[in-house]
Design a protein around this ligand. Sequence first.
Ligand code: NAI
Length: 461
Amino acid sequence: MSYDLIVIGAGPGGYVCAIRAAQLGLKVACVEGRETLGGTCLNVGCIPSKALLHATHQLHEAEHNFETMGLTGAKPKVDWKKMLGYKSDVIGQNTKGIEFLFKKNKVDWIKGWATIPAPGKVQVGDQTYEARKIVIASGSESSPLKGVEVDEKVIVTSTGALELGKIPKKLIVIGAGVIGLEMGSVFARLGTEVTVIEYLDRIIPGNDGEVARTFQRMLARQGMNFVLGAAVQTASATRTKARVTYRLRKDDSEHTLEADTVLLSTGRRPFTEGLGLEALGVRMTERGQIATDRQYQTSIEGVYAIGDVIEGPMLAHKAEDEGMAMAEIIAGQAGHVNYGVIPGVIYTWPEVASVGETEETLKESGRAYKTGKFSFMGNARAKANFAGDGFVKILADKDTDRILGAHIIGPYAGDLIHEICVAMEFGAAAEDLARTCHAHPTYSEAVREAALACGDGAIHA
Ligand code: NAI
């Protein structure tokens, strides 16, 4: 009952940390209270939403593009229960995969919810375990919004949205962030009338403004309605209907909308309930995150924290990278995360992907930069595949040509962004990308063209 390391939470941060630590020779256990491993991401987040995005994208292709390509015949019908079944199968395959990896790497799964009664001790139920080091990777939960009563049936968070009994006729999404737009897309493609209410005057705050405006236009063309600059006041539900009231910020007027379902997606907050952090005396930030030093150690020696419970973007891959670095640090190596190169992806169609600085952050810091932009309309592969909407934008230092950031809206943007991430990791200049041979015809040529546009100009523009 004694371990080198006990990790609390088996989401992408926790399970990766546990596996890497075991690979580095430590005796490791991971505590997880859910029935299955993988945390929010695998069970009720990234993976199930991507399954539904994939299925509904196929439907969209069949409805809109098949006939043009000479693929005629009956239009597919949607069997929602079956689609949810497919989604559950995908979850099952992935969560079982982690169980297998735990066995393979000799990581013990302690089932239950953990408390830290004292440094070096983890309690699960009646059992107390000794641990030389403890890593908290307990993730996050949906933030509540005053006036909005979530019942996970009519007024739902992303968790309930992935399990709706039927496809709603009308859906109101509160918050035009990542969750709202991904889940809004799923239902819009299934024929739901979707209205997104957003507090700010723009969607996807934090992303490049030009990308956000283009993205909003594209989503509107796909049938999504937007009410911007609107603060939601209340959302209440009867058994089958919901009513949302909001105030327009420009004139303070109050409005009401009705729908069958309301999705609350106004952000997430660290999940630390039941860990006993207050009694232990762990220092927290003003925003309810666990405060850590640069090596992820909390204010208590030997107790560390990574992922959504600490500061930084709440992204599975950020947590994974911290998990890996954490394991290396505990094993006495030099673990490190480059926070300047963490991509962000929105898995709609088209996808939106970004890394590094935006034009807004560069203007704010006064750093001189240049922009290389290329439209997918100039990319033969994209045109052939009905994916000519969108662009790649690379931002590079005006004097040194070093790549500072990139923003892509277009086909498979979430995959394309990574060649720019690798380039940035190596401190590359835009010219380095521009001089790299890219296979033709591929979407990635658009990235090269944007890099060329940072210099003497793109060829196909
Ligand atoms: P978010 O932080 O991305 O967006 C929340 C939105 O709600 C913001 O635009 C905000 O201005 C708006 N808002 C806040 N209060 C409001 C109010 N009273 N009325 C109207 N609008 C209001 O949060 P979201 O989408 O809930 O996602 C939570 C976390 O999960 C994020 O950190 C996100 O990065 C992560 N996530 C990442 C995904 C990905 O990487 N593809 C997928 C899903 C979630």
